[in-house]
Design a protein around this ligand. Structure first.
Ligand code: DGJ
Length: 737
């Protein structure tokens, strides 16, 4: 039984000596010290109520040791505080209202109807139910409360944090800004921020910068998650942390609308982090008795470097976020004809491709864009979700039946939130799109965004999709979303409620997805947005996989996948082999390299199979057969980034180890070889040192000289393995069993 021995609080700061060893997955409150302790995995997150009733961040890091009294220099007052810096700002709060003179980022900022904009939140009550803690904060004089919610995951220690504002007054209160959580790290030198930034065709670029007083703002202002930035951050310590060692704090928002995460140091070098709805263009009128709830900010800590942080997040997402009640199904191998045919599709052409796909072991055949309405290009048809009469004169039935007879599932592309002005839907309902009355409607890819925040639009979209899934035997939807908001108006609402658009849109999107899952529980959904523009822990509660990027170049993908796996599990990361030269990069690499790149997540084939020769079919058949023997490990095992793109070496080496350690796969991808390159042995990690592993090459073939056919795990981890590749863009995958 753990115990808090002593904790002393002062207005200048909190100094705590704690002797304790909490069990995993617990929330406890010590009334003597007024400290809440949340523990899970190897992590601990503590909060304290100070003597004035403010809620203070107390500790976030490795679980505190049982035997050693630990002093927590939580909020030390600097030796001198000038008059310019109010103590309320210097002493960090766990979740502050904008008020009492704070000049740092608040959790919430409001305006009362009488013009008062001062909100000072203090502890009122709390409740502990299993692994969930709720703490109610109340303003010092007004009937306005914020309830903070914390749920700790026992296995990983990841804490899901959110906030709910409630107006108990008699007049409306305008909320201008509301974060799911604010977080504080004590002063330490060398804090470094990692984040993922890019654009369409180059999503998930891993970037780093020092954390300093200049606020770093990661965000999307465009209504959706975005291809530009991912709602994820990690902070480590330069010179202390690396890929496999040292502290890393991380967090990711479960929200598919406009979001913001800000990171910076305050005036005494403590890191302050805030994450939640993007305050940009945000305004919410909270009427008497109403509440506004934020999305969840999932935050965690690893003592094992960036790799350890990734593995915790992967585990958490598989067990706690993805559909499947903690056991998501492995990703079937899919075929998708988009790159092969684009809009030039019809029944005979799709059947011809399906027959070839079935031959190589594909399990799910997906028909992409172009099957409906007048959709012969991206200029028309979106919104009219009935099969094209010319391309599918007998509806989708004959194609679906044929695909099923070939032993595959059938999947279909949709983009339900969008409409082309050249469509029957838009002609009937021009008011259904997001717009400002009398202002231009900016088109992007010749399309406009339906205002899903409207109940009638939401119900229409749900009805159309429900009918599609009811009248056709469909196992999977690829749900696309190919533009950002513009002119974000909602003219039918009272002016004070028009900016609810950003939140109500996303909530209704989740409603449609949840309802479809309920009515059609066996249908799986892929989240796609011009590639990886909608990947976040909000949408992942309803979708089984994501389209990682429209960039299918096998070499570029290694960089994209490297960034992706910092925040998200490979269990959802779809990758296809496609034709060469690659349309986006002009690069030509051989088919086995393309397979080895795509096999590092959920495998798909996107080639024009009509152009393949016997040798291509042979490579594909062998690779797909082997992929099926390793996919569970790749998708749900422990990932180790042994050599990363951009590390300076000629290779990218990625290792996946099964949870029971009975299998491991090492992907060794050589970019280009120069005679001067030293080829270091690749030392594996995470194997059972006492178990003997045999090794074989994915796709078959003789093991290179010098690699023993079997050896103990300890040998693979200490001496490593040397794979003598030569040339440009060559790859090999070793399967250890
Ligand atoms: C964008 C997606 O990312 C592509 O894979 C493809 O589905 C096109 N849309 C179709 O319009």
């Amino acid at each position: 039984m753990s115990r808090c021995k002593m904790i002393a609080l002062s207005s200048a700061g909190i100094l705590a000596s704690v002797v304790t060893s909490p069990a995993a997955g617990e929330v406890r409150y010590d009334p003597a010290s007024r400290v809440f302790r949340l523990t899970g995995g190897d992590t601990e997150y503590d909060i304290a109520i100070d003597e004035q009733g403010y809620l203070r961040p107390a500790y976030w890091g490795k679980a505190l040791d049982a035997a050693t009294p630990i002093t927590l220099p939580l909020l030390p007052a600097p030796p001198v505080i000038g008059a310019m810096d109010p103590p309320s700002s210097v002493t960090a709060q766990e979740y502050a209202g904008q008020g009492g003179g704070i000049v740092t980022e608040p959790g919430i900022k409001v305006a009362f109807a009488d013009g008062n904009r001062d909100l000072v939140l203090k502890y009122r009550s709390h409740r502990i139910a299993g692994e969930t803690l709720t703490i109610e904060l109340a303003d010092i004089s007004r009937p306005f409360t914020v309830t903070l919610r914390y749920t700790v995951d026992p296995a990983t220690g990841i804490v899901g944090r959110s906030a709910t504002a409630r107006n108990d007054g008699k007049a409306p209160v305008r909320i201008d800004q509301i974060a799911a959580a604010t977080l504080t790290l004590p002063y330490r030198p060398g804090y470094r921020l990692s984040y993922l930034a890019g654009r369409q065709l180059a999503e998930f670029g891993f970037a780093q910068q020092d954390v300093g007083p200049a606020l770093a703002v990661l965000e999307s202002r465009r209504g959706g998650t975005s291809n530009h930035m991912s709602p994820w951050f990690a902070i480590d310590q330069k010179g202390v942390s690396d890929e496999e060692h040292g502290p890393v704090w991380f967090g990711t928002l479960g929200w598919s609308g406009s979001w913001r995460i800000s990171v910076g140091t305050d005036l005494i070098g403590r890191v302050r982090i805030a994450g939640g709805y993007n305050p940009y263009d945000f305004s919410w009128q909270l009427r008497p008795g109403e509440t506004l709830e934020t999305p969840i900010f999932y935050v965690g800590y690893s003592d094992d470097g960036m790799g350890g942080a990734s593995r915790l997040q992967h585990r958490f997402q598989i067990a706690g976020i993805l559909p499947g009640n903690g056991r998501p199904k492995v990703r079937p191998v899919l075929y998708n004809s988009w790159e092969a045919t684009e809009f030039a599709i019809d029944e005979a052409g799709q059947i011809a491709l399906a027959e070839k796909a079935a031959r190589i072991g594909v399990e799910r055949f997906v028909m992409d864009d172009g099957w409906f309405g007048k959709r012969d290009s991206d200029r028309a048809g979106l919104g009219d979700w009935t099969p094209s009469r010319t391309k599918f004169p007998n509806g989708l039935g004959p194609l679906i039946d044929r695909v099923h007879k070939l032993g595959m599932e059938f999947g279909l592309w949709v983009e339900p939130e969008m409409v082309n002005p050249d469509s029957d839907l838009y002609r009937a309902h021009p008011d259904w799109v997001i717009n400002f009355t009398g202002r231009p409607r900016t088109e992007s890819r010749n399309q406009l965004t339906l205002n899903l925040a409207r109940a009638d639009v939401r119900d229409h979209v749900l009805k159309v999709l429900d009918e599609l899934l009811t009248t056709n035997d469909i196992q999977y939807l690829k749900w696309d979303y190919n533009r950002s908001f513009s002119e974000p108006g909602w003219p039918e609402q009272p002016v004070a409620d028009q900016q609810r658009l950003y939140v109500d849109y996303t909530r209704n999107l989740y409603h449609i997805l949840a309802e479809l899952k309920k009515r059609h529980p066996r249908v799986e959904i892929e989240s796609c947005s011009s590639g990886g523009g909608r990947v976040d822990l909000g949408i992942l509660r309803y979708t089984n996989q994501v389209w990682t990027s429209d960039n299918t170049d096998a070499f570029d993908r290694l960089t994209i996948q490297d960034g992706f796996t910092h925040a998200f599990t490979p269990a959802i990361m779809m990758a296809w082999t496609t034709d060469v030269p690659n349309w986006a990069t002009g690069r030509t690499v051989d088919l086995s390299y393309r397979f080895l790149s795509a096999m590092q997540g959920g495998l798909g084939v996107g080639n024009n199979l009509n152009k393949w020769g016997a040798a291509d079919f042979d490579v594909a058949t062998r690779m797909i057969a082997d992929y099926k023997t390793i996919r569970e490990t790749v998708q749900t095992g422990a990932l180790y980034r042994l050599a990363r793109p951009g590390d300076g070496g000629p290779t990218v080496d990625t290792l996946y180890v099964a949870d029971d350690k009975r299998q491991a796969i090492l992907f060794h991808m050589l970019q280009n070889y120069q005679a001067r390159d030293d080829v270091p042995a690749i030392r594996l990690r995470g194997l059972d040192p006492d178990r003997r592993y045999t090794v074989r090459l994915a796709g078959g073939g003789k093991l290179p000289d010098g690699i023993p056919a079997s050896a103990l795990g300890s040998r693979w981890m200490s001496q490593g393995v040397t794979i003598p590749l030569r040339g440009d863009f060559k790859g090999a995958a070793l399967i250890f069993e």
